[in-house]
Design a protein around this ligand. Structure first.
Ligand SMILES: [Zn+2]
Ligand SMILES: [Zn+2]
Length: 239
């Protein structure tokens, strides 16, 4: 039975379109017996998103709250097809974790070639750890090429529970997961929670992975130890 103990993609009211506080999210994680969460607000290019000073000040939060580990991250917006993201290196290098995602409110969908080019550049960015919800159907890309590049650069790919709300995106998520299994690339099953009761809810992601006998050891966020091991491989040391 697959399970994950660390939710690496969560939003609070600071994102501008999410509805719980960080403390509510942490309490929810505790109720669900998670080991920890990463707080990953949208980057400043998202309408209503926090200013970069929000990310610079995340160090004022504790590393652990009521027994739940708290890592400080961002869900950065990819803002062009050269793979630029919306946070400068200085605040970025102070964070524990960085997701990069396409959101159509921040970048107009283009064609498969552009989307692939954007991902390839994002993968070259040493601060990006995880490709956020690549299974969203509005941004099709060359799956094999991107999974191969993730393998070369030790990046993980997200199987996003929220994306799987929509049946139409299931096929693309499935193809991505199969390519990861075949090439031995790490994935993460995350909630992308915008309201505290959904913290740690990854049942649809795990069901999809289970259906294809996805190897447990390739799920980077299954435990705090496995997440720490993945981040260490990426040159991040988190105590
Ligand atoms: Zn997103
Ligand atoms: Zn998100």
């Amino acid at each position: 039975m697959l399970s994950v103990k660390f939710d690496c993609h969560t939003h609070t009211i600071a994102s501008g379109h999410a509805y719980s506080t960080l403390e509510e999210n942490l309490n929810s994680a505790r109720e669900k017996n998670l080991e920890g969460i990463v707080v990953t607000e949208h980057g400043p290019a998202m309408p209503g998103g926090p200013h970069e000073i929000y990310f610079m000040n995340l160090h004022s939060l504790p590393a652990e709250y009521r027994g739940i580990k708290l890592l400080k991250g961002i869900e950065a917006n990819i803002i062009d097809y050269d793979g630029n993201i919306d946070l400068p290196v200085y605040p970025l290098k102070k964070l524990d974790f960085c997701i990069a995602s396409y959101h159509e409110i921040c970048i107009a969908p283009s064609n498969e070639r552009d989307h692939t080019r954007g991902w390839l550049s994002v993968i070259e960015n040493p601060y990006v750890d995880l490709l956020g919800h690549p299974g969203r159907g509005r941004f099709p890309f060359d799956i094999q090429a991107i999974v191969t590049a993730c393998k070369e650069h030790n990046k993980a790919i997200e199987i996003n529970n929220h994306t799987l709300d929509r049946d139409r995106d299931k096929q693309m998520c499935l193809e991505i997961a199969l390519a990861c299994k075949q090439q031995g690339v790490m994935v993460m099953a995350n909630s992308d929670s915008h309201f505290s009761p959904s913290i740690g809810e990854v049942d649809r992601s795990l069901k999809l992975l289970q259906e294809i006998d996805f190897p447990q050891q390739l799920i980077a966020n299954r435990t705090w130890d496995s997440l720490r091991g993945f981040l260490k491989l990426r040159g991040r040391e988190i105590i």
